[in-house]
Design a protein around this ligand. Sequence first.
Ligand code: TYD
Length: 197
Amino acid sequence: MTAEYIAIEGGDGSGKSTVASAVEKRLIDLGRETMIVREPGSTGLGESIRELLLDGDDMHPWAEAFLFAAQRAQLAAEVVAPALAEGIWVISDRTYFSSIAYQGGGRGLGMDTVRQVNEHGLDGVVPDHVFVLDVDVSVALNRQDRPDRIGGEDEEFHQRVRDAYRKLSEQDPERVVIIDNTLGLEEVVTRIMSHLP
Ligand code: TYD
């Protein structure tokens, strides 16, 4: 069986990293080799870019979009593609679907434009399955203890991000699955597993 590339997506405060770890555990129990990566990050360059993006000062929306795309091109070439080639399943805490939702939808740069910019740098290394953990924006925002530069944006911004994720699922329902995150960890993970081969 070929390795799959799985994206865990969602708004800020949606608990993606807990879900990513729980999915990894189930896959290991099924005998799969796995790896978790996060975006932005998971390479030397990516972790440096992460600091610029999340702790730095305000930046032009396109500077932000290109920095996300830059760390992602590096991650795809250096980590994700080689892992998949070795049969390792990759679970990613965010992927370029975050850029389409946050920079394309939230910042208003345009979902299709941001998708295209990113795809130029990915050489076909795109997720096979995208799970969007969906929660009410105000509930999720209240859950963040120390919001980063982007997580600290206002509620309207985060509502645009949520709407963008929904649109992505409408455009490609086979690949992009919205999961109601109020169902609780066990049920969320069971639903995710039911979509995987
Ligand atoms: P993350 O570390 O996943 O934070 P959280 O756990 O709070 O969701 O992501 C950091 C922030 O970066 C988050 O506000 C979402 C944002 N982001 C984008 O705006 N575009 C992107 O392409 C990615 C990967 C993240």
